[in-house]
Design a protein around this ligand. Sequence first.
Ligand SMILES: Nc1ncnc2c1ncn2[C@@H]1O[C@H](COP(=O)(O)OP(=O)(O)OP(=O)(O)O)[C@@H](O)[C@H]1O
Ligand SMILES: [Mg+2]
Length: 498
Amino acid sequence: MFEKKGRTLLAKRKTLGTIETRITKKNRKMKGTMERHSLLQLGQLSKLSFDNLPPSNVASSAFQGLLDSESSELRNQLGGSVDADADWGEKEFILSQDFFCTPDYITPDNQNLMSSLDISKDHSPCPRSPVKLNTVKSKRCRQDSFTMKTSNSTWSSKYRVDEQENDDSDTDEIMVDKLQANPIERTGYVSQTAVALRCRAMPPPCFKNPYVTNESETASDPFGYQRSKCASFLPSSIGGDGLSRYLTDFHEIQQIGAGNFSRVFKVLKRIDGCLYAVKHSTRKLCLESERRKAMMEVQALAALGFHENVVGYYSSWFENEQLYIQLELCDHSLSKKSSLKISEREILVIMHQIAKALQFVHEKGIAHLDVKPDNIYIKNGVCKLGDFGCATRLDKSLPVEEGDARYMPQEILNENYEHLDKVDIFSLGVTVYELIRGSPLTESRNRSLNIKEGKLPLLPGHSLQLQQLLKTMMDRDPTRRPSARELMDHPMFDRIRG
Ligand SMILES: Nc1ncnc2c1ncn2[C@@H]1O[C@H](COP(=O)(O)OP(=O)(O)OP(=O)(O)O)[C@@H](O)[C@H]1O
Ligand SMILES: [Mg+2]
């Protein structure tokens, strides 16, 4: 197989009309070292293989980039002193090899060249893919379907990048799973090493962000298909080099918070010398379904992008079966303030800023679903909405997992998800009510029931206008609650506007 491939490549060069001189060079260069051979196998194969593919083939060019970079990396490792002329000569030598044997992991599955090869003559022990011969056009089966039932929802693998949908180039159609009945090919030897090498050569997978609806904001994953052959696609432990990214990249200063599911640390990033918050899950996320669910928080943050009243998101990764999230560092959460008396002016500022955050979030088609003092952080006097662990899509295309029940309206407890944006407005109302009261809401059933019924006790010392607004925000009927935009434009905020 590879002997034939070597010849095919040579033939292609011949058409350029320069083969004789190269053959002479070949003889001179026969004494090249093994290291050079491997270097040139990588570099030259990538060039020849991909020069013949259409320029529009994104996957191919990306793959060539990978090979080029691997080639130059190898070159560096070998001393990087192969001069241009010698390099050219060496390439000719390699091209002329009748034993041109390339491990499968650097050979893209989707090479048109491959289809003309006579596989029956392949007696070489080189590892090869079991699924690329006699290929036919067909739909691929997903290999990673998973289902996780929550109380009211089903999580499915549809959130993964659908490689069939996103990757529809000609060459991709050649890479299909179906083998036509051919016993020799079916039982074809596949070395475990080849699989391992393929996995090593592939960067980690890309996932479709379920919070992003605009297709132009997402990119397809050119390696998706090849990667799907690797057993596990969601890394759960530390990196392949055995190092902790957290400890390598950050210096931990102190713990600054803890939630039901996570701990948050103030850290110094070693490389840029800046302070951040890093939040990581307390529980090990052993199941892939758990990891996917945890990822929803970072996917929501990433889909949202920057807003001055939303906590900034920098990066995330899995380590030791925990999800780590690097965030903008804030001073403290609003719950710290709820034990203090706050002036009405301060209340209005907080309300207005969180209304702005909610308007931004809702405009992106997302509902937060866990607005409460614990999840509102203050940084330099500015309020930032954080903890997007319950965020979902307003169009109900994602499962709904409601947040802290004390701040949830009745309709959500009744599993009515028609007006998810108004759930956030209700929760903001309860949050403000708690701030005015000056003590955290107890679990007291009666009191919380009264609030959910829209029965708000009088708040002495506060304007009727504010009390009236709070009452509307906590109306039992979600349609009567103001939207975030209407809230922001409320005349009451004229008092704090410039
Ligand atoms: N970026 C940040 N800057 C400063 N403090 C933070 C930051 N993120 C979180 N915290 C602190 O850590 C606490 C827990 O964080 P967070 O609410 O995100 O965790 P959680 O486990 O998702 O919480 P919950 O129990 O509400 O689900 C927050 O209440 C806050 O005090
Ligand atoms: Mg929280």
